[in-house]
Design a protein around this ligand. Structure first.
Ligand code: BQF
Length: 293
């Protein structure tokens, strides 16, 4: 069993990005600038945005954090999105999800200029991903692809089960794994809360990508000997022994599943850090105007 060290890979990629940024700036180019909108004070969202701002510093990017209280109106939020769309200094920006219930996430996502949509959530980027055109790719699936690539994990012709069908992880992950590319070329099955034969599908899988947000959902009996397990779960569960009062729990029962695997990602330190670094890669692309313009 080999542990996939997302934290170490992410640290290395951030150094690669930082080196490229210094080259760009030395040559008279623009330092990439990421802006993030954070609505409210949800603990998870606060942490995730802080992780992104910190990563920008490490990469040598400029970053701007824009905060609104949870009672911000949809119109006010849409105004800020439009302002960032027009701001020539901002190369890319994100709106941290989830948003309060009185705001339509879809409306906000569609208001973002797709050329600055470094989260890859705008329908134009989603559509382009699905037909194999250059685009901003959703950060978590792209980070997983990067791990599969750096660990030279064979995906071509393999049975890949994606657990979860969210717009942010499950659906783009399935699209990427079925692409005619490396990593890719897999036979992809997407399972979700209504799948009848989920356990059987998992037992036959060479690769399981678990993104259902249910702690310890994937157990040893569901995993084939030698399978590759990618755990996207990051549920915060109370833990009195931690300074923060909680810990992150994956979708995989790590202790019993790990001995059966060829490769497995831990939580924390697996997919999470790669999500952040993928956003940094998209921001670098935005700064370079590498995809659009
Ligand atoms: C780690 C996210 C659910 C809903 C919205 C490092 C992150 C997490 C874990 C992180 C996530 C999860 C993010 C670790 C960003 C991943 O060391 O294991 C980093 O910051 N993430 C998000 O922005 O929105 C979410 C999960």
């Amino acid at each position: 069993m080999q542990l996939i060290d997302g934290k170490a890979v992410a640290a290395q990629i951030k150094q690669e990005i930082a080196a490229e940024v210094e080259q760009i700036v030395a040559a008279g180019g623009k330092r990439p600038h990421l802006a993030a909108i954070l609505v409210g004070h949800d603990g998870g969202s606060e942490t995730y945005v802080a992780n992104k701002v910190k990563a920008c510093e490490v990469c040598g990017f400029k970053s701007t954090l824009i905060r609104f209280e949870a009672d911000v109106t949809e119109a006010e939020l849409l105004n800020k999105v439009e302002e960032l769309n027009q701001d020539a200094d901002v190369d890319g920006f994100i709106v941290q999800l989830p948003l309060p219930k009185h705001i339509s996430e879809q409306k906000v996502i569609e208001a973002i200029d797709y050329r600055k949509d470094v989260d890859g959530f705008h329908p134009i980027n989603v559509g382009r991903l699905n037909i194999g055109l250059p685009c901003y790719v959703s950060a978590t699936p792209n980070g997983i692809l990067e791990l599969l690539s750096r660990y030279q994990i064979e995906t071509s012709g393999k049975k890949c089960v994606v657990l979860g069908r969210s717009n942010i992880v499950g659906k783009p992950m399935a699209a990427l794994m079925m692409r005619k590319a490396q990593p890719g070329d897999a036979t992809v099955t997407v399972c979700h809360s209504h799948s009848k034969d989920l356990v059987k599908e998992c037992q036959e899988a060479d690769i399981i990508i678990a993104a259902i947000g249910r702690p310890n959902f994937v157990t040893a009996d569901m995993v084939k000997e030698g399978a590759v397990i990618i755990d996207v779960g990051t549920t915060r569960v109370p833990d009195a022994t931690k300074k923060s009062g909680f810990r992150l729990n994956g979708d995989v029962k790590f202790d019993e599943v790990a001995p059966k695997c060829s490769f497995i990602t831990p939580v924390p330190g697996g997919v999470g850090p790669m999500t952040i670094v993928s956003l940094m890669k998209n921001t670098l692309l935005a700064g370079k105007k590498a995809i659009y313009d």
